[in-house]
Write a protein that binds this ligand. Structure first.
Ligand SMILES: NC(=O)c1ccc[n+]([C@@H]2O[C@H](COP(=O)([O-])OP(=O)(O)OC[C@H]3O[C@@H](n4cnc5c(N)ncnc54)[C@H](OP(=O)(O)O)[C@@H]3O)[C@@H](O)[C@H]2O)c1
Length: 330
């Protein structure tokens, strides 16, 4: 059985600690937080391990999980690098955007280093351990680290897959677009529905049903084939009416930016080849109208998705989104 030390036993650290201990394949030997009181609470939840502060001279284990906030990883790696360690010990973190290079001091100290990012939101550890099974976990690091982390991910119920070296930022950006921006779009659609006097449960059902259907179609058929609506039909007059009603409101900027991306998707796909070229040109002219974007993008309350760790509202300027090439939408 391998030993596991956890440095930073917050939401993810506690959840993985308990799942690892319960798997019967790992023994949690140390649980370290900034305060000893927090470490003791984490040990109670995990059901194993010695509580300690992050400053205490705790020896490294076979596996060492660094689960502090991303910004604190480099400093913690430096702090741990002079601790006694077993030969071929592994250190890993769970950041979505950082790769194992942030653990360089530990690599220099002789550990094999990697990262294991779960596409999962650990809002509450007790709930997380019940629902984690089947979660896709992105692996990165050298071959030895990946072998070790693959076994760890599988033991706690995850489904590991390897990332191409150097791809973590793109990987994490895609998760943010899929998760955070979907929430932002929901808020924007609700704000525009309110302009039509549609609010509350009616707005949730009206928009929710359509959003579920569109997402299902896009995932099943692919984005280009799933696309319907005025832009896919080449209907510039409808787009003009939308912009007339949004004109001067903060939502117009996002409508234009996403409209241009939607136009590029439709225009370059075989599914919409029947739309005449002059219709695309008219749409392009409508969507280029700078007068519709006088007001700034609004601030919308967006519930952050911890799975991607990029909660917040996206400020998108109408000129900052270039239309995608068709290959970017498969
Ligand atoms: N939560 C998620 O849904 C999720 C999902 C995927 C990946 N991740 C990744 O998992 C890692 C941990 O995230 P988390 O959500 O578990 O964080 P968290 O709940 O905030 O826990 C952070 C832990 O680090 C300690 N800590 C906080 N600030 C610190 C600092 N400046 N220096 C040293 N230690 C510090 C805390 O100690 P105290 O307990 O003493 O305060 C706590 O034990 C991050 O890399 C994150 O990107 C999280």
């Amino acid at each position: 059985m391998q030993t596991l030390a956890i440095f930073g036993a917050g939401r993810l650290g506690q959840s993985w600690g308990r799942l690892a201990q319960q798997s019967g394949r790992y023994r949690v030997v140390a649980v370290c937080c900034r305060s000893e009181a927090a470490a003791r609470r984490a040990v109670d939840f995990i059901g194993a391990g010695q509580p300690a502060t992050l400053d205490a001279p705790v020896a490294l284990a076979d596996l060492n999980l660094l689960a502090v906030p991303d910004d604190a990883l480099a400093e913690l790696a430096t702090r741990l690098a002079d601790r006694p360690t077993a030969i071929a010990a592994t250190a890993f973190h769970a950041s979505g955007v950082l790769d194992s290079a942030v653990l360089a001091p530990l690599t220099s100290a002789g550990l094999v280093c990697g990262s294991l990012h779960p596409a999962f939101s650990f809002a509450e550890p007790a709930r997380a351990v019940q629902t984690f099974a089947g979660t896709l976990c992105a692996l990165e690091g050298n071959a030895a680290a990946q072998t070790t982390l693959q076994a760890f991910a599988a033991a706690i119920g995850g489904r590991p897959f390897s990332l191409t070296p150097g791809s973590k930022a793109a990987y994490h950006a895609s998760l943010s677009i899929a998760s955070n921006f979907l929430v932002t779009l929901t808020g924007l659609a609700q704000a525009v529905a309110a302009q039509a006097g549609i609010e509350g449960e009616l707005a949730r059902s009206l928009l929710g049903n359509l959003m579920h259907q569109s997402l299902d179609n896009a995932l099943t058929l692919g984005a280009a084939r799933a696309l319907t609506g005025p832009i896919a039909r080449g209907d510039a007059a409808t787009v003009r009416q939308h912009l007339a009603v949004l004109g001067g409101t903060p939502q117009a900027a996002l409508y234009l930016a996403l409209g241009r991306a939607t136009l590029a998707l439709a225009q370059h796909s075989a599914e919409h080849a029947g739309v005449p070229a002059d219709a695309w040109a008219r749409l392009s002219a409508e969507l280029a109208d700078p007068s519709a974007v006088a007001a700034p993008v609004p601030s919308i309350a967006v519930a952050p998705s911890e799975a991607c760790a990029t909660g917040g509202t996206a400020a998108i300027s109408p000129t900052s989104i270039a239309g995608p090439s068709p290959s970017e939408w498969s």
